[in-house]
Design a protein around this ligand. Structure first.
Ligand code: NAP
Length: 237
C-alpha cells in the first residue's frame, strides 16, 4: 500500500460532493451532511479497510472519516454494541460478526488494503487476527495506549522505556492493561514489520502526564515518528 500516513489520517479538507462507495451503498444527502463536521479530503486511492471493532468510542469516528475519504469500510464485532454517533453511516458499512476470543470465521478468505485493530487487549487475540490476516492486508494498524509507559514519572516520550510484563501469559486486562498492550504491539510488529503501524493513544487532556505532541507513536521502524495533535476522548486508559 503506497498511501501515506498523512493521506490516510489527514484532516481539515472538504468532503467530496459526491461520495460513491463500492459497498454496500452510495453516500448521499443526509449522509453527506453527517460528515460535514469531519470534512476529510477525498482519498486519491480509495481503500478497503477492516476495523476490528468500530462501534464504540473511537470506531464510529474512524468509520465516518474513512467513508468521507471515499474508503470502503468493514467492521468486525460481536454484534452486541450499537454505535451512538454516526449511526446512519453504518448503512454503508459491511458489518461482520464474530468474536476475537473464539470465532474469526467471518474474516477467513477475505482481503483488505488496511486493518485497524481497535480491540486488541489480549495478546492471544492479536496474534490470532494478525496471523489470519497476514498476506490479506497491506497494513496492520494497532491501536495501543500511552499506558504502555510508566506514567508515574515526570515526563514520557516515545523513547521512554516500556513497561515490563511480569506475567506474559496472563489475560487479566484489568490488572495488566498497559503490560498486555506492550505484548500486543510486539505481536503486530513481529508479524508485519514495516507494514505495522502502532498508535499509542492517550486522552491528551491537560492533566495528562504525556504532552500531546508526544502522546502517540504513529508508525514503526522507518515510518515517521511525528504525531498529529491528539483530539481523543477525555479519558486515559
Ligand atoms: N478511550 C481512551 O481514552 C483510550 C486511550 C488510550 C487507548 N485507547 C485504546 O483505543 C481503543 C479504542 O477502543 P474502542 O472501544 O473505542 O474501539 P471501537 O473501534 O469503537 O470498537 C469497539 C467495539 O469492539 C467490539 N468488541 C469488543 N470486544 C470484542 C470481541 N472480543 N470480539 C469482537 N468484537 C469485540 C464491541 O462491539 P460488540 O460489543 O458488538 O462486540 C465494541 O463496540 C482500545 O484499543 C483502547 O485500548 C483508548
Amino acid at each position: 500500500m503506497t498511501t501515506s500516513r498523512r493521506e490516510f489520517l489527514g484532516t481539515g479538507l472538504a468532503a467530496g460532493a459526491a461520495l460513491t462507495l463500492g459497498r454496500p451503498g452510495a453516500l448521499r444527502g443526509a449522509d453527506v451532511r453527517a460528515l460535514s463536521t469531519v470534512r476529510p479530503e477525498r482519498a486519491p486511492h480509495p481503500l478497503n479497510i477492516l476495523i476490528l471493532g468500530g462501534t464504540s468510542m473511537l470506531g464510529p469516528h474512524i468509520v465516518a472519516y474513512a467513508l468521507g475519504r471515499g474508503h470502503t469500510v468493514t467492521t468486525f464485532t460481536r454484534g452486541r454494541t450499537k454505535p451512538t454517533v454516526h449511526q446512519d453511516l453504518f448503512h454503508h458499512v459491511e458489518q461482520l460478526v464474530g468474536n476475537r476470543d473464539s470465532d474469526l470465521e467471518a474474516l477467513k478468505g477475505r482481503s483488505w488494503d488496511a486493518v485497524i485493530d481497535n480491540t486488541g487487549y489480549v495478546p492471544r487475540h492479536v496474534r490470532d487476527s494478525a496471523d489470519l490476516l497476514k498476506g490479506h492486508t497491506g497494513r496492520y494498524l494497532f491501536t495501543s495506549t500511552g499506558s504502555v509507559y510508566n506514567l508515574n514519572q515526570d515526563s514520557v516520550d516515545e523513547d521512554s522505556k516500556l513497561l515490563d510484563v511480569p506475567e506474559p501469559e496472563s489475560e487479566d486486562v484489568n490488572k495488566y492493561y498497559g503490560e498486555l498492550k506492550v505484548l500486543c504491539e510486539q505481536a503486530v510488529q513481529e508479524r508485519y514489520g514495516e507494514a505495522a503501524t502502532i498508535v499509542r493513544r492517550t486522552s491528551g487532556s491537560p492533566t495528562s502526564r504525556m504532552p500531546t505532541h508526544t502522546s502517540c507513536r504513529v508508525g514503526c521502524s522507518s515510518v515517521s515518528r511525528s504525531c498529529e495533535p491528539s483530539h481523543s476522548e477525555p479519558r486515559t486508559c
